[in-house]
Write a protein that binds this ligand. Structure first.
Ligand code: FMN
Length: 170
């Protein structure tokens, strides 16, 4: 049986998700095209998932072919920012090939290092717990050391069938 990867991807897209930006330190900033001495990089992901409350664990998956993979896989920690509807342009930018730099993006500092996006709905500061190969992706498990929820950040940015959207309010 042949497996139609394009159709598989389209079927997976029927599962609506939120969107997060994950940031981490870039140990060799000038080795990352498009980055600079700010030494932090970001990536747009919709694979973010909660895993465990006790201990507090979350995960996300990264394509092992991504230029960002070596940095995220070896960084001691990462920060997850849950995007609001107003972050659409930031999401599109950090989903661009080679667009790793956080230059010009509104950020807020965190205690553990990698900055968070300003106006995120929630922020999770994580220590890297494990990196598990999973086919063409790797699963990055993070232990949440600090978190914040920002009331008033508004509606989430939503992704469904390859398009950005918003929650329908009842
Ligand atoms: C809505 C959305 C969700 C994405 N989610 C993921 C993800 O969970 N994991 C991943 O590795 N890439 C994801 N991507 C792709 C990356 O954001 C980015 O396009 C890719 O890493 C670019 O390749 P590069 O890292 O080699 O520059 C997503 C892209 C979009 C638009």
């Amino acid at each position: 049986m042949t497996f139609d990867t394009r159709s598989f991807r389209d079927a997976l897209g029927c599962f609506p998700t939120g969107i997060a930006v994950v940031t981490a330190a870039s140990p060799a900033a000038d080795a990352v095209p498009g980055s600079n001495e700010a030494s932090h990089i970001g990536i747009t992901v919709n694979s973010f998932t909660s895993v465990s409350l006790d201990p507090p664990l979350v995960l996300w998956c990264i394509d092992r072919r991504s230029r960002r993979y070596p940095f995220f896989a070896t960084a001691p920690g990462f920060t997850v920012s849950i995007l609001a509807a107003g972050h659409r342009a930031v999401s599109a930018r950090l989903a661009g090939t080679g667009e790793h730099s956080l230059d010009g993006i509104a950020l807020i500092p965190t205690q553990l290092g990698p900055p968070a996006l300003a106006d995120a709905l929630a922020v999770f500061e994580c220590a890297r717990e494990s990196v598990q190969d999973a086919g063409d992706h790797a699963i990055l498990l993070g232990r949440v050391l600090r978190f914040a929820r920002h009331d008033g950040a508004g509606a989430p940015l939503v992704y469904f069938q390859g398009k950005y959207g918003a929650l329908a309010q009842s």
